[in-house]
Design a protein around this ligand. Sequence first.
Ligand SMILES: Cc1cc2nc3c(=O)[nH]c(=O)nc-3n(C[C@H](O)[C@H](O)[C@H](O)COP(=O)(O)OP(=O)(O)OC[C@H]3O[C@@H](n4cnc5c(N)ncnc54)[C@H](O)[C@@H]3O)c2cc1C
Ligand code: SF4
Ligand code: SF4
Length: 424
Amino acid sequence: MNAPLEGAVIKQHVIDPEICIRCNTCEASCPINAITHDSRNYVVDVAICNWCNACIPPCPTGAIDNYRTMPKAVAYSLADQFGWDELPAELSRDQLAAAGVGAEAEAAVTPPAPVLPAAVSGESEFRSADWGSTIGPWSAAHPYVNLYGPKAPTTAKVVGNVRVTDAGYESDTHHVMLDFGGMPFPVLEGQSIGIVPPGVDESGKPHHARQYSIASPRNGERPGYNNVSLTVKRVLADHQGRPVRGVASNYVCDLQVGDTVQVIGPFGASFLMPNHPRSNIVMICTGTGSAPMRAMTEWRRRLRKSGKFEGGKLMLFFGARTKEELPYFGPLQSLPKDFIDIEFAFSRTPGAPKRYVQDALRERAADLAELLKDANTCFYVCGLKAMEEGVVLALRDIAEKAGLSWETVGAALKREGRLHLETY
Ligand SMILES: Cc1cc2nc3c(=O)[nH]c(=O)nc-3n(C[C@H](O)[C@H](O)[C@H](O)COP(=O)(O)OP(=O)(O)OC[C@H]3O[C@@H](n4cnc5c(N)ncnc54)[C@H](O)[C@@H]3O)c2cc1C
Ligand code: SF4
Ligand code: SF4
């Protein structure tokens, strides 16, 4: 008899490398580090994954929502998955039977029931990623996603490329405008697109797309035009500070007006702004994390200009090393004070103490506590990965000092699509 032992057949959780845009969202949302990546593929470790499902809703492409019925003994290893260019087909009945898996066992296999991340259920250490919403605010407009996939990108024309940080500083950030001409490319503030760099990587395979947040509002960088803008920082050093020339960021920063680029997307169905009257928006960002904040601010500004803005507070906490390295510093200064309340935080201004966004948040605790109490407030965090934990901890401390329970407030923010984290 070759019936499999109980639990010998599994639904193995796998990621489709052809759809995955390598955005890292799943790795950041997995509470038990079951997801890892190399320079090409994101993969799930079958020995760790417990089917909590925390990674499924945040994935912007659906690439992670894939399973294979496998005899446990021959489940795909990490090395197998790193080598994939496409998902292997399901094993056939004959292949499963040869591995001792009968039709009965195959039919009976179900993934374990989803388990809530421990930090959300209040059982373990603080993990900022656990508090991020995977749904948009209730009043958000309907987003379109995945209109153009990696197998069928669309083409956009570069109609502008200007540097938005001062020359002579480490940060070289560009505001790049892309026009889609007659191709439909509907976007909302907070969504992103993928740019496919031309050429191949060191293993001779086409470069995978890199994601960039849309920096313009839904009706275009120029109202009524079918164009979007991006805020792209040239990567010249890796996260450890070693010199490296980032493939996509250098390609985008060097684009000339008239060039064409391959674009996929749009992506993102949760980092979306509320649309209901008197909804408040608190935006917390560093560097290029300002892109979605620029989009949201500009949309509200256009609504206000056309007399359709029915109130609601806008707060922006914006961090950079120095003011010269802060994209859009000039235009931000000219926004009316009764429209947006801006706090800058500079961490490397010569002669001044280091100030980070979380310091600025704590200084504005009284205002933020009121906004945390208001169910019409949505919080957005975007920028450097390193800022995320400090920011969410600051929000927790502000809530608790104001006599609010973070377990209650934080859980409501998450459940109601009112706290969004997008760090990279
Ligand atoms: C949802 C989302 C939105 C994003 N939005 C923006 C945006 O609006 N603007 C923007 O500029 N970027 C944005 N990014 C980051 C962007 O997708 C790329 O990762 C970044 O431009 C680097 O790509 P590259 O091809 O130049 O570098 P790669 O060739 O991919 O990487 C080169 C090396 O640099 C490291 N590296 C990658 N990114 C950085 C970085 N930012 N700082 C330091 N080292 C890095 C890599 O680990 C690698 O070692 C976003 C990412 C995500 C997931
Ligand atoms: S299902 Fe849960 S444990 Fe498995 S990879 Fe996704 S987030 Fe991680
Ligand atoms: S596209 Fe989905 S599977 Fe790929 S890295 Fe992003 S979240 Fe993970």
